[in-house]
Design a protein around this ligand. Structure first.
Ligand code: PHE
Ligand code: ZN
Length: 849
């Protein structure tokens, strides 16, 4: 069936639903193509609502039967739901519908994955299960009976009763329908228990397909750590007798926080040293924490409407970052988060898809689960905390939980809590939620008579439908160093509120060196002219680990831009300064590995745009290659020492310490491979007893053009393991020569293991191409054509994943006229399809504008 004509939804149109839902009883009779869903819902008029329009959402449902207070009725059916005349008094509405999970390839609603039934309801998937007011401000208590010839039948809340082929669940906490979940399958569990701080025992399970049992232990430890951390740091206890996690292979996103029954993309929970890299382990720990933390920030306090998505997502990302910082290294976590923020959110904020952290309109809400809502949303919480201080933040959060527990809340509620807890006026801060775009913050300095003055100017380029921006509150953390390296002014937070503003520091005997935007205290682009010497000085002496790293990064970027624009040689100041950091064993190996990283191709492209130039993806790639080669040569004496010294002999642990050592050794290996043609990498590949070592070596071999044997061997070794084979697909593409990346990708789409029905595999292949700018933006246009071909094929099956991957094209206006024309052709080809999904159409239209 074709989607109904797309409608734009506006924040300003919000109206409460006309009815309150007192209880929901659901019965599921599971069958692959003919599942019956029987609902009994108790409604009563909502005194707070204006309208009494009884409209229930429902899509792709076959209505079998409907009853009002026990009497048969015939509701009016529309393409998006049903409507009925109802009494102005409490009533019970019952329906029976039929749905077909097996043919549901969109992975939204009730669907099947490898013989297992599972659901995904956020944001608006529940309406594909039964008729319901599918909006987050309608909360109710659910009782669920599942009938099916399967050993494991799960839903939200606590188990009530079960027998052969059936189970009943009751969730005492009122929740919106998007948090509903159901699972049925032949699953095995990895069980454990947790006792909350008030002494309540909780049964914990991770449910997986047979064969995956040995990949659950790490996730379980992460879950217990998360539960403890939320008690210790936020005072939040778990509130049911049982907490279940289920791993599913076919999933559009990372994971989902359904009440008491989190459902995870198997790539975000299954872990073992053999098959997962250090980065996988860290990410799994963070995602488990994220979903668990949603129990309070998302579930107990949910969102009034989908415009408030950042209320739960920004806060929960912020909380999971705090957790990772506590479990591992805080500076390393901060640096990694900023790298991600720049790669994904700045890119979005500076292109046609830019939107406020709290958008004001949308066509398809699934298109707004973005880096802006999540990552910039988290940055806003971090800024608030910086502005009010740690203690006030804690008070405000306690007030938030006290005041809004059980509510479907708004950003206004959230800010009000901070205003009440601190007495501050946050009306200007609110602009961060309503204005899209990344502010540019430029700085000038003056020193006279012992007074040092920093003058800042902020401005934000126009974004779609927001031509003019008002100044925002920007917390700028600054420290000052003496030329001998001593810190003369420790970190101080300057609160900028004007478009242009100066801050003076007195009593300074010599002109200091400023360290500005410490800890990346605001998500802005800092523009400051300075010298190589000063950047190298800060890389060596800054006491703020983020800015220490940032100085090295800026040095690298300036040098690369110089190489790209003026065909300059690699910058010696950078090579010297980096070598000093890498050599210094007193510094954290993880930090040194991060310092060895270079700005991404995308970062450099945006930097060139900011300089008024048209980026050439090939030239950017070439400059990075040249710099890496020069770095390898410059460090040729040091690299073997670093490589050898940071080998880990102890049994594999995916902790911060070991993974830091491996990251540094593997960064050294990548450079060494440029000198020895991959000899050392081959040795490491052959000897590797964990995926971190094996995959790093595989990458080096491919990049050295010596990957043929390893490509075969890797496949043979891992063909039974879908998550490892995803890595195999990706690595061949990201390490391919840019001239061949599209051809390598095209060939891999013909591999028997390629399937577009599995989003992980699709992303591992086409997503990998999109992440390789020089290959994707190949001047021939073959990368564009290939991606468009596959998006067109995927759209009828899975609109959500298709739409999300359209963002590969979002940077197109940066490029030259030829590339723009090639991309426009592909975008238009997609738009010409009249059965195109609403999801994909909205994305492509926004990009094409
Ligand atoms: N709410 C999920 C999370 O952030 C993400 C998600 C959104 C998953 C929509 C599925 C569908 O943890
Ligand atoms: Zn989330």
């Amino acid at each position: 069936m074709k989607d109904a004509a797309p409608q734009t939804i506006y924040l300003s149109d919000y109206q409460p639903f006309g009815f309150i839902v007192d209880s929901v009883h659901l019965t599921f009779r599971l069958a692959p193509t003919a599942t019956r869903v029987i609902s009994r819902i108790a409604f009563r008029p909502n005194p707070a609502a204006q309208s009494r329009d009884f409209f229930l959402h429902g899509e792709q449902l076959s209505l079998i039967d409907a009853k009002l207070d026990g009497a048969a009725v015939s509701p009016e059916l529309t393409p998006t739901g049903l409507r009925l005349d109802v009494p102005d008094a409490p009533f019970v509405f019952e329906t029976e519908v039929e749905i077909s999970p097996e043919t549901n390839t969109a992975l939204e609603g009730l669907y099947m994955s490898n013989g297992m039934y599972c659901t995904q309801c956020e944001a608006e998937g529940f309406r594909k299960i039964t008729y319901y007011p599918d909006r987050p401000d309608v909360m109710s208590v659910f009782t669920v009976r599942i009938e099916g010839d399967l050993p494991v039948l799960l839903s939200n809340g606590n188990p009530v009763a079960q027998g052969d082929g059936w189970a009943e669940w009751h969730d005492p906490w009122p929740k919106p329908a998007y948090l509903f979940a159901l699972v049925g399958g032949e699953l095995l569990n990895h069980p454990d228990t947790f006792t909350t701080k008030s002494g309540k025992p909780v049964e914990l399970n991770i449910w997986v397909r047979p064969g995956d049992e040995d990949k659950c232990a790490f996730g379980m430890e992460a879950l217990k750590k998360s539960m403890k951390w939320d008690e210790d740091v936020y005072g939040r206890e778990y509130d049911l007798d049982i907490f279940n996690i289920v791993a599913v292979d076919d999933f559009n996103m990372g994971a989902m926080e359904n009440k008491g029954l989190n459902i995870f993309n198997s790539s975000c929970v299954l872990a073992s040293p053999d098959t997962s890299t250090d980065m996988n382990f860290e990410r799994i720990e963070a995602i488990i924490a994220h979903e668990y933390f949603h129990n309070w920030t998302g579930n107990r306090i949910t969102c009034r409407d989908w415009f408030q998505l950042c209320l739960k997502e920004g806060l929960t990302v912020f909380r999971d970052s705090q957790f990772t910082a506590d479990m591992r290294s805080a500076p390393v976590k901060r640096i990694s988060d900023v790298i991600q923020l720049r790669a994904r959110q700045f890119r979005e904020d500076n292109g046609p898809l830019a939107h406020p952290v709290r958008p004001e309109s949308f066509v398809e809400i699934n298109n707004f689960y973005t880096a802006t809502v999540y990552e910039k949303g988290a940055e806003l919480i971090g800024m608030l905390k910086t502005l009010v201080g740690d203690e006030a933040y804690e008070n405000a959060l306690n007030l938030y939980f006290d005041r809004h527990d059980g509510d479907a809340a708004t950003i206004e509620d959230w800010l009000q809590v901070f205003e009440d807890a601190t007495g501050r006026d946050l009306s200007q801060f609110k602009r961060w939620y309503s204005q899209a775009g990344t502010p540019r913050l430029s700085v000038s300095e003056e020193y006279a008579d012992g007074t040092y003055t920093l003058t800042f100017r902020q401005s934000t380029p126009p974004t779609p439908s927001q031509p003019v921006k008002d100044p925002r509150v920007i917390p700028i953390a600054v420290g000052l160093l003496n030329p001998n390296g001593d810190e003369v002014v420790p970190t101080t937070v300057l609160e900028m509120t004007e478009a242009e503003q100066s801050f003076a520091f007195d009593g300074l005997a010599v002109r200091p060196v400023p360290s500005i935007l410490r800890g990346f205290s605001a998500p802005v682009i800092l523009q400051r002219d300075t010298t190589n010497e000063e950047r190298a000085f800060l890389l060596a002496h800054d006491t703020d680990p983020f800015n220490k790293w940032e100085s090295g990064r800026a040095l690298a970027r300036d040098g690369l831009l110089h190489m790209i624009r003026d065909s300059a040689a690699p910058d010696m100041a950078y090579l010297e300064a980096l070598t000093a950091v890498v050599r210094d064993d007193a510094q954290d190996p993880a930090f040194r590995a991060l310092a060895m990283g270079l700005p991404s191709q995308d970062d450099l492209a945006q930097a060139l745009v900011d300089l008024g130039e048209i980026p050439d993806p090939q030239a950017i790639w070439q400059a990075l290659e040249t710099l890496r080669q020069a770095t390898a040569q410059h460090m040729q004496d040091l690299l073997p020492r670093i490589y050898a010294q940071y080998q880990v002999d102890a049994p594999f642990q995916p902790d911060a310490e070991q993974s830091g050592a491996r990251a540094l050794a593997n960064a050294a290996l990548a450079l060494l491979s440029r000198l020895d043609g991959g000899a050392q990498a081959q040795k490491q590949y052959d000897a590797a007893d964990n995926m971190t070592q094996q995959l790093a070596a595989f990458g080096c071999l491919l990049s050295a053009g010596k990957g043929q044997a390893a490509t075969k061997a890797f496949y043979e070794r891992w063909k039974h393991d879908r998550l490892v084979i995803d890595k195999w697909f990706t690595m061949q593409i990201v390490q391919a020569d840019p001239d061949q990346a599209a051809d390598v990708t095209a060939a891999l789409t013909q591999h028997p293991d390629f399937t577009m029905k599995n989003p992980n595999r699709f992303r591992a292949t086409l997503g990998a191409l999109a992440m390789s700018p020089a290959g994707f933006h190949h001047a021939s246009g073959k990368g564009y054509a290939l991606l468009a071909d596959w998006l067109i094929q995927l759209d009828p099956l899975n609109p959500q994943t298709t739409a999300r991957m359209c963002s590969a094209f979002e940077t197109w206006r940066r490029y030259d006229a030829d590339r723009q024309a090639l991309i426009a052709t592909q975008l238009d080809r997609i738009l010409e399809i009249d059965t195109l999904s609403r999801d994909t159409r909205e994305m492509v239209e926004r990009i094409r504008k």
